[in-house]
Every structure is written in C-alpha cells, then in structure tokens.
Design a protein around this ligand. Structure first.
Ligand code: GLN
Length: 190
C-alpha cells in the first residue's frame, strides 16, 4: 500500500507518523508527479485557504482533482474536508473547493467558545469503543447529499462521513493517539 499525503501545509507529519507506524509506504505529495503510483491520499488539516493557494502554485490542483474524480481513495480531515466539499460557508470570497464530495461545510462552525475540544465518538463499524474526537477550529458539516453515508455524529451533526472511496472527518484522527481510523481506512482501500 503506497499512501500519499498532501504535504503543502498543516498536520501532514502527524498523519505520516501514523501511516508509517501502520506499515504503509508513504509519499509526501508536493508536486503533480508525486501522485503517480499512489493507492490512496490523505488530505490533512491546516488552513484550507493556504492549502488551496498552494495547490494552485504547485500545479497540483488540476491533477489532484483529476485523480479524485477517477476514484483515488482519500482520507480528508478538517481543512482537507473543506478542500473537497461542494459548498463552503463562511469561506473566503475567493475560496473555490474541489467539489468532489457532496456536502456543505461551515468553516470554524463550532464558534469561538468551542474552538477546540475533545469528545468520544461512536464510529459505525469501528470496534474497540469510542474514538477520541479532537476538534480544532473544525468545520461543521451542515448538509450531506444522498450519496454520502454518515459514520459518526456529534451534537446532531455528521463528523465522519464517506462518499464511495472518499472519507472525510471534521476532527483530527492523527492527533488522537489512536490509530484505528487510519487502520480502518487502509483496510477499506487495500
Ligand atoms: N479552520 C481551518 C480552515 O478553515 C481548519 C482547521 C483545521 O484544519 N484544524 O481551514
């Protein structure tokens, strides 16, 4: 299993540590040619507007959209989810997501009082008890399309969902000290 990690900005090192520990062959993706031969890609959290700008300057935007549209499996967390959504609310006026997963997300949707928090999440299909959900200026998924399956919720909103091979989380599984979600993703895509 050769797993790419979009390594332009944000929490890519933490994802790398988990994937390394799970025995995946990891490729840091910074240029279009790094997409060649990968079996899946992780899109980390960070700052969605910055990552989007760097996707443009690196030349990755078109090629990444292309491989995702062709079915490359992806695990997108937090800002990574914002990049993939069809609709971004409270985005920057020029924010232009790749629009490959049918959902609307509101940036920083949990508000100032709850900028960062941790809650146990019941994840459908994940054994071994609740998963620690680490939320950092997380987006709220406010709408999901009919092709989107919700795998976990918090306070009535989806926090983990999938559309085919695209898995999106509003929280940071790479910071949870729990590798089950990455392991599950690798199992699903291999
Ligand atoms: N609020 C950030 C954004 O809009 C996302 C935060 C994160 O990825 N932890 O890009």
């Amino acid at each position: 299993m050769k797993a790419g990690i979009l390594a332009l900005q944000g929490a890519f090192r933490e994802h790398r540590e988990v994937l390394d520990a799970l025995g995946a062959e990891v490729v840091e993706v910074r240029l279009p040619q790094h997409l060649a031969g990968i079996d899946a890609i992780v899109l980390p959290g960070g700052e969605s507007t910055t990552i989007e700008r760097l996707l443009g300057t690196s030349g990755l935007r078109g090629p990444l959209s292309g491989v995702l549209a062709e079915g490359l499996p992806a695990l997108a967390t937090c800002a990574g989810l914002i990049l993939l959504a069809t609709e971004v609310r409270d985005g920057r006026p020029d924010q232009d997501p790749l629009a490959v997963i049918d959902c609307a997300v509101r940036r920083n949707g949990y508000g100032r009082q709850r900028e960062s928090f941790e809650v146990p999440l019941d994840v459908r299909g994940l054994h071994g008890g609740p998963f620690p959900g680490v939320f950092i200026r997380a987006p709220v998924i406010e709408r999901t399309g009919p092709a989107v399956e919700v795998l976990a919720e918090h306070a009535g909103d989806p926090v983990l969902a999938r559309q085919g091979a695209l898995v999106v989380a509003t929280f940071h599984p790479e910071l949870a000290g729990d590798m089950r979600l990455h392991q599950w993703f690798l199992n699903e895509v291999s």
